[in-house]
Ligand binder design. Structure first.
Ligand SMILES: NC(=O)c1ccc[n+]([C@@H]2O[C@H](COP(=O)([O-])OP(=O)(O)OC[C@H]3O[C@@H](n4cnc5c(N)ncnc54)[C@H](OP(=O)(O)O)[C@@H]3O)[C@@H](O)[C@H]2O)c1
Length: 338
C-alpha cells in the first residue's frame, strides 16, 4: 500500500515510526505492507517510489530541517498539490495544521486526492468542519474511502464505536466533552480556585494548550468535532455554521465555586439531538458520567437499543492520534483489499 504523508509533525512522525516498528505484525496480522512514497512539509517534499527510509528523515526533522533537505531524494519547494498530482499512491494521510477559516491547505489537498481516486485519512478537522458533507460525497463519487478517526477523541475510538460496534442500532443523541484544554482549565479553576487566565497559563506550561488557545476556549474546536460526529454517526449533513457556539471565556471563578457548593461542576458540553447542535458551558452533577477531570474527553451516545453508552479517554496526543491513523489504514485495507 503506497502512502503519501502531507504534514510531518507531532502526528505524522509517530505514525511513520509505528509503521517501521510494526512492519512484521502489520503484514502477518492484516496483510498490510505499507510503503511511504512521499512526505511533504512546509519546505518541500521527499519522494521515493520504492519507499522511504525514515532514520535520516526523522533525524533531520529533529534538527529543525525540512524533509526536502535530503540531498538525494529531497525536492525543495515542491508542494502537496504537486505531490498528489505526480506521485502514484493508494492512500494520502493529511496531517497539516487546522485552519477553521477556510480549511486550507488541507481542504484543497483532500479534494485533489479524492478526485485522483486516492483514499484519504485526515487528522486535520478544519476541512471536515467546513465541508464534510461534500467531501463524503466526493469520496463516494470517486469510489474511495475518506477516514478521519483521529480528528475526534485522539486515540479514543469515538467514531469507530458508533460506526462499527453499534451496527443496526441508531444513535439518537450525542453529548460530551470534546476538548481537553478547556476541561483542564475548568478543572484547575475548580480544584485550585485559580482565575481562568492563570489556569490557561498552567495549561500552556504543561503543553496542553496552544500559544493561541482561541479555538479551544471559544468552543470552536469542540464544534468542529461535533460536526464530524454528527455527519459520521447520525447522518446529519451539518457544517460548523449550523452549530450554536459559546465557549468558556465568560465563565467566572465565582460561578465555578457556586457550582462546587451545589455538588456540581461547569463543563464545556457539545451536544446534538433531533434538533439543535450546540456547544456551551453547562452545569453537571459531580456524579454524572461526563464529569471527568484533567484533559480527558468523555462522550455519551444515546442509542435506540443499547441506551446510554459513555466512552472516556485521552482526546489528543501525537502517538494516540497516530494510532488512530493506523486503525484507519487497516480499515481501508479491509474495505478495499488493497
Ligand atoms: N497533535 C495532536 O495531538 C493532534 C490530535 C488530533 C488531531 N490533530 C490534528 O492533526 C493535524 C496535525 O497535527 P500535528 O500536531 O502533527 O501538527 P504539527 O506538529 O504542527 O505539524 C504540522 C505539519 O504540517 C506541515 N505543514 C504546514 N503547512 C503545510 C503545507 N502548506 N504543506 C505541507 N505541509 C505543511 C508542517 O511543516 P513543518 O514541519 O515544515 O513546519 C508540519 O510538518 C492538525 O490539523 C491537528 O489539529 C493533532
Amino acid at each position: 500500500m503506497r502512502i503519501i504523508v502531507l504534514g510531518f509533525g507531532n502526528v505524522a512522525q509517530p505514525f511513520v515510526k509505528i509503521l517501521c516498528e510494526r512492519e512484521k505484525e502489520l503484514s502477518g496480522n492484516f496483510g498490510l505492507k505499507p510503503r511511504v512514497v512521499a512526505v511533504v512539509d512546509r519546505g518541500g517534499a521527499i519522494v521515493s517510489s520504492s519507499g522511504l527510509n525514515f532514520t535520516r528523515i526523522l533525524e533531520a526533522k529533529k534538527l529543525g530541517k525540512s524533509v526536502a533537505a535530503d540531498t538525494k531524494l529531497g525536492r525543495p519547494r515542491t508542494t502537496g498539490m504537486e505531490i498528489i498530482e505526480e506521485v502514484e499512491a493508494d492512500v494520502v494521510v493529511e496531517a497539516t495544521p487546522t485552519n477553521i477559516v477556510d480549511g486550507e491547505p488541507g481542504l484543497s489537498f483532500i479534494k485533489a486526492a479524492l478526485k485522483k481516486k486516492r483514499n484519504v485519512i485526515a487528522t486535520n478537522k478544519g476541512p471536515l468542519a467546513i465541508a464534510l458533507p461534500s467531501l463524503m460525497e466526493l469520496a463516494r463519487y470517486n469510489g474511495v474511502c475518506l477516514r478521519f478517526s483521529g480528528t475526534v477523541g485522539g486515540g479514543t475510538p469515538l467514531l469507530d464505536l458508533g460506526k462499527k460496534c453499534l451496527l443496526g442500532d441508531k444513535i439518537q443523541s450525542i453529548k460530551g466533552i470534546l476538548n481537553g484544554t478547556t476541561n483542564y482549565i475548568l478543572a484547575r479553576m475548580t480544584e485550585a480556585r485559580v482565575q481562568m487566565d492563570d489556569a490557561l497559563k498552567e495549561a500552556q506550561a504543561a503543553g496542553y494548550a496552544e500559544a493561541d488557545p482561541t479555538y479551544d476556549v471559544k468552543g470552536i474546536d469542540s464544534a468542529c468535532k461535533l460536526v464530524i460526529l454528527a455527519n459520521w454517526l447520525m447522518d446529519r449533513r451539518i457544517t460548523i455554521k449550523d452549530v450554536n457556539i459559546s465557549g468558556i471565556t465568560e465563565v467566572t471563578l465565582n460561578e465555578i465555586v457556586k457550582a462546587e457548593e451545589e455538588k456540581a461542576a461547569i463543563k464545556l458540553i457539545a451536544s446534538i439531538n433531533g434538533g439543535e447542535a450546540s456547544v456551551s458551558p453547562r452545569l453537571l452533577p459531580k456524579n454524572h458520567p461526563l464529569c471527568v477531570g484533567g484533559t480527558l474527553n468523555a462522550v455519551t451516545f444515546t442509542t435506540e437499543f443499547a441506551g446510554e453508552i459513555t466512552l472516556v479517554g485521552h482526546g489528543a496526543g501525537g502517538v494516540q492520534t497516530a494510532g488512530a491513523v493506523l486503525r484507519d489504514l487497516i480499515d481501508i485495507k479491509r474495505e478495499l483489499s488493497l
